[in-house]
Every structure is written in structure tokens, then in C-alpha cells.
Design a binder for this molecule. Structure first.
Ligand code: G
Ligand code: G
Ligand code: MN
Ligand code: NA
Length: 253
């Protein structure tokens, strides 16, 4: 209960920060976008992992407020980097299920885009297959966002039970192949075959395919051969603070 209350006040106490991890164009090494990743430094306990506090925020409903804060902060920040010489820089933001299903989710996203002067086609909302429990409902929520040009990305793709049905029914733009596949890419034959298959299905549906968790040059080379166009992982860049990202972008433009 303590941690739960602390989380409620974390926003106003400025204990939260958005970090960013670059998404890299595999053929050129260019940074084509950034994934926003929330960080919480508790005043007594120190850094708390999002895999601990996101589920907590989800259970208590704080995630709705927290999610709005992240989206607003990340749009504001990335907009300044777009203005400073990276006009096509995309932003990927994780959306949790309770946030996705909260009243007015789509209209809140749209008003944040307006308030931050952020180009809708440069925003990629990351949802997971498991969030799509009710296809009709999801199609409605996503439809409103799609009409504005917002992109939809399926995070952790391949780990749910409904991958193909999600692709068949939802207006998806990007697939992010889960890092558990990348990890087994050079060691287990089924993982490599599945990754190649996902890349091919994605391309045949005109989707962009992102591979997560790339950690070494062997994985990078193999994915390049498979035709994967976007990569993310420690091999390229770790998630970093806004200050570090700013230096990185400045050096590269
Ligand atoms: O960055 P890290 O690997 O520690 O993140 C752990 C998990 O927390 C990941 O699954 C990531 O998607 C999730 N996460 C990070 N930031 C956010 C956020 O702003 N909103 C939501 N809903 N999930 C996030
Ligand atoms: O669930 P989601 O894909 O949003 O999770 C993103 C998380 O993955 C981030 O919190 C980040 O810390 C983590 N991550 C990013 N790159 C790598 C990587 O190369 N290896 C591992 N193990 N984790 C990574
Ligand atoms: Mn993600
Ligand atoms: Na993932």
C-alpha cells in the first residue's frame, strides 16, 4: 500500500522521468525513432523497475494518469528534437490495457498531439496482442486514432495466443518481434524460422518490422539477411536519459 501511495504522488514530486531507446534503420544505422521508457526513482528505495511499478499502476488505475503524463512529456520532448534538426524522428509509446480501455483514450491522445504540436503520423502507439480481448472494441478505439494518422505497433509480437487474428482484424502499421525470439536466433532453429516468417508476413501486409533485443553482431547480421528493416537493442543503444539522447542526436546531425 505504501508503494502504491508513493506512486500516486510521484508525478507531482518529479520522481518520474522518461528515458528513450533509439530505433535504428538497419541498412544505414540512422536513428529513425525513439521508444519512451518510464523510469521511477523512489526517494528512499532508489530506482524501481517498470516491470514492478507498471503492473502496480495498472492494478490501482494510476496508469491512466501516468500514461497521459508520459505521452505528453515524450511528445513535448521529441518535438523539440524534431525542431532542432531531426524533423522525421518518430516516437513510440507503450500503452497498457487499462489505459487503452479507459474512457476517452483516443480523444485524450489526439488532444495531447494538438497541445504539443506533434505530427500524428510520427507517433507509434505500442499495444500488445494480449490487450486485444475484444476485437470490435479495439477496432473502434484504434479507428479513431488511425483517422488522425497515428500509427499502431504490436509490441512483443509472437508471444500472445492470437498473433494472426490480430493482424487480420486490426489496423496495424508495425510489428515488433519479441526479444525472446532474438535471443534464440543464433542458437535454436525454430526461433530463426519463426522470425523469418514474421518478417515475411509483415512485409506481405505492408507493415514495417522491428526486431527487439538485438545484443550482438551475429543477431544483427542474421536479421539484416532476413530483410528486417528496423532494430532495437543494446547492440545499438541502451535506453538513456533525455540529456544523453540530446547529445547523441546532436553528434549525428
Ligand atoms: O525499460 P524496461 O525494460 O525496464 O521496461 C520494462 C517494461 O515496462 C516493458 O515491458 C515496457 O514496455 C514497460 N514500460 C516502460 N515504460 C512504460 C510506459 O510508459 N507505459 C507502459 N504502459 N509500460 C511501460
Ligand atoms: O516490453 P517492451 O518491448 O516495451 O520492453 C522494452 C524493454 O526492453 C526496455 O525496458 C529495455 O530496457 C529492454 N531492452 C531494450 N533493449 C534490450 C536488449 O538488447 N536486451 C534486453 N535484454 N533488454 C532490452
Ligand atoms: Mn515496447
Ligand atoms: Na517487447
Amino acid at each position: 500500500v505504501k508503494l502504491e501511495n508513493d506512486l500516486r504522488s510521484a508525478v507531482s514530486k518529479r520522481e518520474l522521468a522518461v528515458h528513450y531507446q533509439p530505433l535504428v534503420e538497419m541498412s544505414t544505422g540512422k536513428i529513425r525513432g525513439l521508444e519512451a521508457l518510464l523510469r521511477w526513482t523512489h526517494p528512499e528505495l532508489g530506482p524501481i523497475s517498470p516491470s514492478v511499478f507498471i503492473p502496480l499502476a495498472e492494478q490501482t488505475g494510476v496508469i491512466v494518469e501516468l500514461g497521459e503524463w508520459v505521452l505528453n512529456e515524450a511528445c513535448r520532448q521529441v518535438r523539440t528534437w524534431q525542431r532542432a534538426g531531426n524533423p522525421d524522428l518518430a516516437l513510440a509509446v507503450n500503452i497498457s490495457i487499462r489505459q487503452f480501455r479507459s474512457p476517452q483514450f483516443a480523444s485524450k491522445v489526439i488532444s495531447i498531439l494538438e497541445n504539443t504540436d506533434f505530427e500524428p503520423t510520427l507517433l507509434e502507439l505500442e499495444i500488445t496482442e494480449s490487450m486485444v480481448q475484444n476485437l470490435n472494441e479495439s477496432v473502434m478505439i484504434l479507428g479513431e486514432l488511425k483517422r488522425q494518422g497515428v500509427k499502431i505497433s504490436i509490441d512483443d509480437f509472437g508471444t500472445g495466443y492470437s498473433s494472426l487474428s490480430v493482424l487480420r482484424h486490426l489496423p496495424v502499421d508495425l510489428l515488433k518481434i519479441d526479444r525472446s525470439f532474438t535471443r534464440e536466433l543464433t542458437t535454436a532453429i525454430p526461433a530463426a524460422s519463426i522470425v523469418k516468417l514474421i518478417i515475411d508476413i509483415g512485409h506481405s501486409m505492408n507493415l514495417q518490422v522491428i526486431c527487439e533485443g538485438i545484443e550482438n553482431p551475429q543477431q544483427f547480421k542474421m536479421l539484416q539477411q532476413y530483410g528486417c528493416e528496423i532494430g532495437q537493442g543494446y547492440y545499438f543503444y541502451r535506453p538513456s536519459s533525455a540529456e544523453e539522447i540530446e547529445i547523441l542526436l546532436h553528434r549525428r546531425t
